[in-house]
Design a protein around this ligand. Structure first.
Ligand SMILES: Nc1nc2c(ncn2[C@@H]2O[C@H](COP(=O)(O)OP(=O)(O)OP(=O)(O)O)[C@@H](O)[C@H]2O)c(=O)[nH]1
Length: 318
């Protein structure tokens, strides 16, 4: 940890200049399957498992499905907990509770037999049994659906649950029913008593981008296509965030010597360190010379990817 005086000498930014950008273009509507298409299958669902990225537990979730579906048991799974700095977990849970979200689990779907993934079925069983749905006797099968914005790990969660339950030999996959898309109706049995299924196709929602800052956080976590936002600005927001939170793993990774808040300087050093440079011929008064130009795009790409893989340390963006 660097001392206050040393940090002050580095002149780190205290705010980020977002400029004039149009967030509306950052998430093309066709990327989400759309509520309408999902609604038919959602009607049959007894409990919604909403997956979101644990690094942005408050930003970008789309509450639209709750409004569209009325009151229905809902479990919020904050996934990628392995990438999140959870020292402020209690604050996050309190803030979520203020939004009436009480049922929250943190997961790491890539870890084999994650203990928290295991808690999903008992939590969901309790939620359904406490809800009105339990008194509807005509159908004793419970059906769960995983939904969320892109790239938060919905498919990974389904696969983790599938591994967990299919391995036990208790679960079976059930084929489609006539008249309804087979893919939507493919079910995985996840519990015997009560009989519970998970629809194996997740519902994709568009994120709610209420501000440029929220948009940038979503972009940093990879839920928006990078080129729509711009890799350079994502890299700059990443640099700003790491410095603000004093997460200086990047300094060591790229052998920068000391933290720096100037993107061009950082990208130049990253490019040189990674050997991402291009020979460019320059014509001068005394003849042609070859100069080495850093490939800023390749450097920005590496910087962002390293962050997303957790190689620059754990963060909390909200
Ligand atoms: N570190 C980490 N990575 C994860 C975790 N869960 C998923 N991922 C990674 O996140 C990326 C997206 O995972 P998916 O399961 O495809 O996410 P999705 O929400 O189904 O994505 P869409 O199909 O785009 O909606 C993949 O590279 C996964 O390997 C997790 O718990 N921790």
């Amino acid at each position: 940890m660097r001392g206050g005086a040393a940090l002050a000498a580095l002149r780190l930014r205290t705010s980020f200049e977002f400029g004039n950008r149009e967030v509306a273009k950052w998430f093309p509507g066709h990327m989400a399957k759309g509520l309408k298409k999902m609604q038919a299958s959602l009607k049959k669902v007894d409990c919604i498992i909403e997956v979101h990225d644990a690094r942005i537990p408050l930003s970008g979730r789309n509450p639209m499905f709750q409004e569209a579906l009325g009151v229905r048991p809902h479990l919020l799974v904050l996934n990628k907990m392995d990438l999140a700095d959870l020292t402020s977990k209690q604050r996050i849970l309190r803030q979520l509770e203020q939004q009436s979200i009480q049922n929250v689990l943190f997961t790491d779907c890539l870890r084999d037999r994650d203990v928290n993934v295991k808690k999903i079925v008992p939590a969901v069983t309790e939620l359904i049994q406490k809800s009105d749905r339990f008194h509807r006797t005509e159908n004793l099968e419970y059906c769960l659906m995983v939904i969320g914005v892109p790239n938060v790990g919905k498919s990974s969660l389904i696969n983790a649950m599938r591994r967990m339950y299919l391995k036990k030999g208790k679960a079976s996959r059930v084929g489609g029913e006539p008249g309804i898309t087979r893919a939507v109706l493919t079910k995985i049995q996840v519990c015997e008593r009560p009989l519970m299924y998970l629809l194996d196709t997740p519902g994709v929602f568009s994120p709610r981008i209420e501000s440029l800052e929220v948009g940038m956080k979503l972009a940093l976590c990879g839920t928006i296509l990078d080129h729509l936002v711009g890799e350079e600005i994502i890299a700059d927001y990443l640099l700003f965030t790491l410095n603000k939170q004093q997460k200086f793993d990047y300094v060591e990774r790229y052998q920068l010597g000391e933290p720096c808040d100037d993107l061009q300087t950082v990208l130049k050093k990253i490019a040189v360190k990674l050997g991402k440079t291009q020979k460019v011929k320059a014509i001068t008064g005394v003849g042609d010379i070859n100069i080495l130009m850093p490939n800023y795009n390749a450097a920005a790409y590496d910087f962002i990817r390293a962050f997303r893989k957790g190689e620059l340390g754990k963060v909390m963006l909200d």
